[in-house]
Ligand binder design. Structure first.
Ligand code: DQA
Length: 528
């Protein structure tokens, strides 16, 4: 279902920003529609963690709509946001004969969309790209507004350009795979947008709290486009970041200084939450914000559970002085006059900044209540190899009458009943299976694999299982030992912790149970 259609009007173009919860088929439909008659090749850029979940389904969906797609992925994380990575991506574009009229898709969080957009900006002096953000931060912030680029060894985002995505296509159902830590970071940016805008956004933060991990999913999905609209409005006024866009730094002058002063032991979200609280205090001290209002807002923010952190006021102050928002030697502070009324000012006294910093360090040390412990859910990846997509019609006497879809559905139901997270992928290709296994190392606690015929031949798949070091169970629907001679051996057997064969679909359930019991024996608790 399409949730909302927004537009970013910049550079004389109307760029769609669309939200839905309808999955990769919907995203591919939109891309096909937006390209119209254009015949374009697609370079799908993603990281291995996101790719594990979505790159194969998206490629299939794009190819089913006549769009030839090449996937390229790299390990997840900020350390990949380098010129070297861009250079690799440009090489791939050249070697695969990409033209200016072809398309790049960035599928992932901020690192991926920054890299994809910057690569698109450089190739042939600018080609179109689509952002498919899969993180909350990406959907409300990073993918919108055209800032693309990479880090330099001496600073974050020092190299880059403004090259807005021709469309942002956000499937909010991808948020179910988002790590907790990232949701907290996105919560801080969300609250920042709510403070900048007020209205319905701030009301929902007041009512449901500033920690979005605790929100009802439906409310979250409804509010994401509202939040994105705040960013769109600011960017439309100041695409090139020469004035108004600075308000998006609310809470970030302190936030960045806290991150640096704690040597990044606090996450970006934790630092920005503290930074926003310090900003409130400073706004009040400068006489901009009414004291009662400051307390009312702080009441909402201080309920977010953060880790405690030790930092010295001198360190924080010295990082503040080096803040990149200082122009012509003076630091531009973004403060608040009221909810929905930010103010940019250089008129902030040293004393007020010092005293606020003292308060901040004390608050960080004692205010850090224990971090919120959400129950750990075991994550199991299930990979099925060649020809298993034809289950039901394929030799039913041997493999059973259930279709492949029924196999997937019953594994999902079983996992749900047992409180586990499960990801299921099928591929007919050996190299894709190797890529899936490698990508799983960023996500899965355990792997269940039915390598199909590759069981008997593939050294590459065996090596991948041995290399990634995640406990893996080999499953076969049929009893391979009692069939033809060439099926008796398995190259996987001695790199897997167990082989289960001849039990049909039940074999997959048994494999998942092995992981549950293993987890139970280590932690003493049943995963919920
Ligand atoms: C299989 C057994 C393999 O020998 C065969 O090639 C398959 C399926 C099974 O599940 O029984 O494709 O892995």
């Amino acid at each position: 279902m399409m949730l909302r259609e927004l537009q970013l009007c910049v550079l004389g173009r109307k760029l769609p920003i669309e939200f839905s919860d309808a999955g990769m088929d919907w995203a591919a439909d939109r891309i096909r529609f937006l390209l119209g008659e254009r015949i374009a090749k697609i370079m799908l850029i993603t990281d291995e963690q996101i790719g594990l979940h979505y790159s194969l389904p998206l490629r299939r969906a794009l190819e089913a709509r006549g769009l030839q797609t090449i996937i390229t992925s790299f390990p997840p994380g900020e350390s990949e946001k380098t010129l070297r990575r861009v250079s690799d991506l440009l090489d791939k574009l050249v070697l695969n004969g990409f033209e200016k009229s072809d398309i790049i898709i960035g599928l992932g969080g901020g690192v991926v969309t920054d890299l994809a957009g910057f690569t698109a900006a450089c190739y042939h002096r600018g080609m179109d790209w689509f952002a498919l953000p899969t993180s909350l931060l990406g959907m409300i912030d990073a993918a919108i507004g055209g800032k693309t680029g990479v880090n330099h060894a001496l600073g974050k985002n020092l190299i880059g350009t403004i090259h807005p995505a021709a469309a942002v296509i956000a499937d909010v159902s991808t948020l179910t795979t988002l790590p907790e830590r990232e949701l907290l970071s996105a919560s801080a940016e969300f609250v920042k947008h709510a403070l900048l805008h007020g209205g319905k956004l701030w009301e929902s933060v007041q009512e449901d709290g500033a920690d979005l991990r605790l929100w009802d999913r439906e409310l979250l999905y409804e509010m994401i486009p509202e939040c994105a609209q705040v960013k769109i409005d600011v960017v439309e006024e100041d695409l090139t970041d020469s004035g108004r866009r600075m308000i998006l730094n609310l809470g970030h002058t302190f936030g960045h200084a806290i991150e640096s002063a704690t040597d990044y032991s606090l996450s970006h979200g934790e630092a920005v939450f503290l930074g926003l609280r310090a900003m409130l205090r400073l706004s009040e001290r400068c006489g901009l914000l009414d004291a009662l209002k400051a307390m009312e807002i702080d009441e909402v923010l201080r309920k977010v559970h953060l880790k405690s952190a030790e930092m010295s006021p001198d360190d924080v102050l010295s990082f503040i002085r080096h803040d990149k928002k200082s122009r012509e030697g003076r630091l531009n502070w973004v403060l608040l006059r009221d909810i929905g009324e930010p103010a940019i000012t250089t008129r902030v006294s040293e004393i007020d900044v010092s005293e606020t910093t003292e308060w901040l360090c004390e608050a960080a040390a004692i205010g850090g209540k224990p971090a919120l412990q959400l129950p750990k859910r075991l994550k199991i990846a299930v990979f099925n190899g060649p020809n298993l997509n034809l289950l039901g019609t394929r030799e039913p006497d041997i493999y059973g009458k259930h279709s492949y879809q029924e196999l997937e559905d019953s594994i999902r139901d079983f996992a749900k009943e047992n409180g586990l997270e499960v990801l299921i992928q099928q591929t007919n290709s050996e190299s894709e299976m190797v890529t899936l296994l490698q990508s799983a190392r960023h996500w899965a606690d355990g792997i269940v694999i039915n390598p199909g015929a590759y069981t008997h031949t593939s050294v590459a798949i065996r090596d991948a299982i041995a290399t990634i070091g995640i406990p893996t169970i080999e499953v076969h629907l049929s009893d391979i030992e009692s069939r033809e001679d060439f099926r008796r051996g398995s190259l996987m057997k001695d790199v897997c912790i167990e082989q289960i064969k001849g039990r049909g679909i039940q074999g997959y359930f048994n494999a998942i149970d092995v992981f549950r019991e293993h987890y139970y024996s280590i932690t003493g608790k049943i995963p919920v």
